[in-house]
Design a protein around this ligand. Structure first.
Ligand code: SRM
Ligand code: SF4
Length: 596
């Protein structure tokens, strides 16, 4: 689908309404047309098919095995026990499990067309929603996962919620289509936890969206907040990153970074990952307005001709960071902005295990392999464990950016009960694991992702078994080393700033990127264009062996790499700009070189 047609579909949709209501009340077909799927994304769902059976069904001249993925949004990953139980219940309408996402949301896969409305209704009944979880709008806002009870953590969580509220798309379409026109309001839901942002957004008067207009953003838009030195929200990978500046224990304001983003296409130099760059510092009262100025600058200046170059990162590159800043500041009349503060981070890791949270209570961060909350026959029974904790102890949960799960607000006398439930279901939070394994993540990929070129979620645990052996043999089991994998170059697993990023090219073949950083602040380079899956652990071992023999005292892998190696092939900024200009010219129908 070309970029122009996506734009046309959005414009013609009347507040993202389209024909979705009619299509989903027609039960005679298992799927919807592609243009409707584009609108559906803004409602938090994607049409997919089971790729494990695609070939055999095509051979048998059967239709694809269609189903829908549904993504729930929760700023900062916060979800109550009751909301969790509603999602757990909905697993039975999906493929029997749920997937924690690395933007702190929850995905249910395999929902059939006839069941989609009921699932979305139930998510809304829980007080969460799917509105804007996908599509050309601001997505789920990420924030620090640890539920530390201090003024700074309280403020970052409040900020994720303020952002979420400000940037929800506004139209009655969502309520009309999924909730039979009933607006999401406390009377109807009878739930004090109802999300006020969604209530307001679904009651919006018809007409243009106040922020997004008729045509929404050129592309998806992502925001994350992190408190130094923990970069769990991986702010340099975000369109907008936010970091609080703390004075006397209180947040004075936020440094704003812009233009991070990871999607690329193999071999296409005009697409590439970028890290966010410092934009400015704003006082707390002006932070959300400053973000709105960034969002509207992207709305008005982003590329609406080529979706591959439509993310904010390309707008920032095209305008230059100084030009971009000038435009943002111009949109903030009467608001004083300041130079960005220096930032410093240690790691993107979660702090797994038990910790005090600062109010006499405890939290427990539990490792969830690849974020898949499932009961495995010969492994951990994550789904049963978390459901039982929610049912019997009614404790709030938090999805982390590394797709683990935090059990929060545990009073000391509940700790033994939590441990007993986890142990009963074989969930051994992180005991005995290498440090690398605790943070290793793979995107979903096969069998649900329509864009996957190779396995990812189903492959990384096997890769890590062998890598773990090397780490243990070399005595590196406690080293902070970041491994991430994706089934295609779109970069969902955030592989491009990892120490090692494995990026699917075709079945069992991966491009191998090396030399990012566990701090999330450096891009890896393309070290090997194609490596067979079975050869990946040996390639990794070569680096680990060199690290072990060459490292200086206390030096971590990322610093050893930076000191001793140069990152592999990556397009230079010049190459990138030349290709970008060439592509734009081609798309505009000009002959390259003849313009001007
Ligand atoms: Fe992603 C598309 C899964 C985080 C970059 N992503 C997809 C789709 C929806 C495939 C599709 O378009 O048909 C995947 C659904 C697979 C499935 O079956 O579930 C998908 N992305 C995911 C998740 C579930 C991966 C995970 O391991 O958790 C993450 C959901 C987060 C959420 O709750 O919203 C997810 N995706 C990311 C990230 C990381 C992040 O946001 O922190 C990135 C890289 C950062 C970035 O956006 O630049 C990412 N996803 C993409 C892209 C490439 C965007 C680009 O700029 O080119 C696509 C494809 C697209 O948009 O065209 C994509
Ligand atoms: Fe799918 Fe590619 Fe994203 Fe993995 S990186 S979930 S394969 S789009």
């Amino acid at each position: 689908m070309s970029k122009a047609s996506v734009e046309e579909i959005k414009i013609a949709s009347e507040g993202l309404r389209g024909q979705l209501a009619e299509l989903f009340s027609d039960t005679s077909t298992p799927n919807i047309p592609e243009d409707a799927n584009i609108l559906l994304k803004h409602h938090g769902s994607y049409q997919q098919d089971d790729r494990d059976v695609r070939t055999e069904r095509t051979k048998a001249k059967l239709e694809k095995a269609w189903s829908f993925m549904i993504r729930s949004k929760m700023p900062g990953g916060r979800i109550s026990a009751k909301q969790w139980l509603i999602h757990d219940d909905l697993c039975t309408k999906a493929c029997g499990n749920m997937r924690l996402t690395n933007r702190q949301g929850i995905q249910l896969h395999g929902v059939l067309k006839g069941g989609l409305k009921e699932v979305i209704q139930n998510v809304c009944h829980s007080g969460l929603s799917t509105m804007g979880a996908c599509g050309d709008v601001v997505r789920n806002t990420m924030g620090p996962a640890a539920p530390i009870k201090d003024a700074v953590h309280a403020d970052t969580q409040k900020l994720t919620e303020e952002i979420s509220q400000r940037f929800l798309w506004r139209s009655t379409a969502y309520a009309d289509i999924w909730l039979d026109g009933e607006k999401i309001d406390p009377e109807w839901i009878k739930d004090p936890e109802v999300n006020p942002a969604v209530r307001e957004a679904t009651q919006a008067p018809e007409g243009e969206d106040p922020i997004y207009g008729k045509v929404y953003l050129p592309r998806k838009f992502k925001i994350g907040v992190a408190i130094q030195p923990c970069n769990d929200a991986d702010i340099y990978s975000q369109d907008v990153g936010l970091v609080p500046h703390v004075v006397n224990g209180e947040v004075e304001g936020y440094t704003i970074t812009v233009g991070g983003g990871f999607g690329m296409s193999h071999g296409q130099l005009s697409t590439r990952p970028f890290l966010g760059q410092p934009l400015l510092y704003a006082k707390r009262a002006h932070v959300v307005d400053a973000i709105e100025a960034v969002v509207t600058t992207q709305r008005d200046h982003g590329n609406r001709v080529e979706r591959k170059n439509a993310r904010l990162k390309y707008t920032v590159q095209t305008m230059g960071i100084d030009g971009f800043r000038a435009e943002v500041v111009r949109r903030l009349p009467g608001i004083e902005t300041f130079p960005a503060k220096e930032l410093s981070f240690d790691s993107v890791e979660d702090n797994l295990g038990w910790h005090e949270q600062g109010d006499g209570k405890l939290y427990c961060a539990v490792y969830v392999s690849m974020g898949r909350v499932v009961d495995r026959e010969n492994g951990p029974q994550y789904r049963s464990a978390f459901a039982e904790i929610s049912k019997t102890l009614d404790l709030p949960l938090i999805v982390t950016p590394n797709t683990n799960l935090i059990i929060a607000d545990v009073s000391p006398d509940q700790k033994a009960a939590v441990d007993a439930i986890l142990a009963k279901h074989g969930v051994v939070h992180s005991d005995g694991m290498t440090r690398a394994r605790k943070v290793a993540h793979a995107c979903v990929a096969l069998p649900t992702c329509g864009l996957a070129l190779s396995e990812s979620e189903r492959a990384l645990p096997g890769f890590m078994d062998k890598i773990d052996d090397s780490l243990r043999e070399l005595g590196l089991e406690n080293e902070p080393i970041l491994f991430r994998m994706t089934g295609c170059p779109n970069g969902c697993g955030r592989p491009y700033n990892a120490d090692f990023g494995f990026v699917g090219r075709s079945p069992n073949k991966y491009a191998m990127f090396v030399g990012g950083s566990i701090r999330g602040n450096r891009l890896a380079g393309l070290e090997f264009k194609t490596v067979l899956g079975e050869d990946v652990p040996a390639k990794v071992r070569e680096f680990l062996t060199a690290f072990k023999s060459e490292r200086k005292d206390g030096e971590i892998f990322a610093d050893w790499f930076a000191r001793t190696r140069t990152t592999g092939d990556a397009p230079t900024p010049e190459q990138f700009h030349i290709e970008l200009a060439e592509r734009a010219a081609k798309l505009a129908g000009d002959k390259v070189g003849e313009a001007g």
